[in-house]
Design a protein around this ligand. Structure first.
Ligand code: ADP
Ligand code: 5GP
Length: 206
């Protein structure tokens, strides 16, 4: 069955501060081998963030050169900064049959759907309410007041896209949200593309 191995994409979106990084971290042991797509951004690193681990932090000029060179699978402007997914590592991970996890915004999700719908599963992650999001963003205390306000404004728009996703994960307790995330990651791996379906049928028929 090795030749039938194929990659799959799991897109996670949700307001900044929804708990996406926390949930991936909490579930990482249980979801098996996966490749987390490290995005490139022009925003400044937060305290504790590392270049090449959380993001590739680059200048606006460098980002715009990559756009021109066609190096992004998708990119978008979020909160006034560029964020993008580089094509090459994603392609390699998919060719190696891995589950590729993206933490991207709703615009990015639409672009990935347009290009790779067949192998894509998606989940929208959110705290139970806008109020709770505000509490968590303030508790994280990595952003100054104007940035927090901007993220809350953005969240009010982003929540309207919740229906575009296959699954919604309400991040009330980390434990429960991580359990749901493990189920979603398993479902993402089981998603069949038409191309693989044909290979599978040929193999099955013997
Ligand atoms: P995102 O990656 O979506 O921007 P984070 O994972 O950084 O969000 O989470 C935002 C903040 O909320 C962090 O300080 C995190 O520790 C906290 N947090 C995440 N999930 C929960 C939860 N279920 N209950 C309370 N705080 C949480
Ligand atoms: P943050 O600044 O909190 O890390 O991320 C802000 C927003 O940008 C989040 O909604 C996050 O999902 C989104 N984001 C991060 N990387 C990418 C990316 O590569 N592409 C797109 N479209 N959005 C991204």
């Amino acid at each position: 069955m090795q030749d039938l191995q194929k990659g799959a994409i799991l897109v996670l979106s949700g307001p900044s501060g929804a708990g996406k990084s926390t949930i991936i971290q909490a579930a990482s042991e249980e979801i098996g081998e996966y490749y987390f797509s490290i995005s490139t951004t022009t925003r400044s690193p937060r305290v504790g963030e590392e270049d090449g681990k959380d993001y590739f932090f680059v200048t606006k000029e460098s980002f715009e050169e990559d756009i021109k060179a066609g190096n992004f699978l998708e990119y978008a402007q979020v909160h006034g900064n560029y964020y993008g997914t580089s094509l090459k590592p994603v392609r390699e991970a998919l060719e190696a049959g891995k589950l590729v996890i993206f933490d991207i915004d709703v615009q990015g999700h639409r672009l990935v759907r347009a290009k790779m719908n067949e192998i894509t599963t998606s989940a929208f992650i959110t705290p139970p309410t806008l109020n709770e999001l505000e509490t968590r963003l303030r508790a994280r205390s990595t952003d100054d007041e104007s940035v927090v306000m901007q993220r809350l404004e953005n969240a009010k728009e982003e929540i309207r896209a919740v229906g575009e996703y296959d699954f919604t994960i309400i991040n009330d307790t980390i434990d429960d949200a991580a359990k749901e995330f493990v189920i979603v990651a398993k479902a993402a791996r089981l998603k069949q593309s038409q191309e693989d379906e044909e290979k599978f049928i040929t193999h099955w028929l013997g």
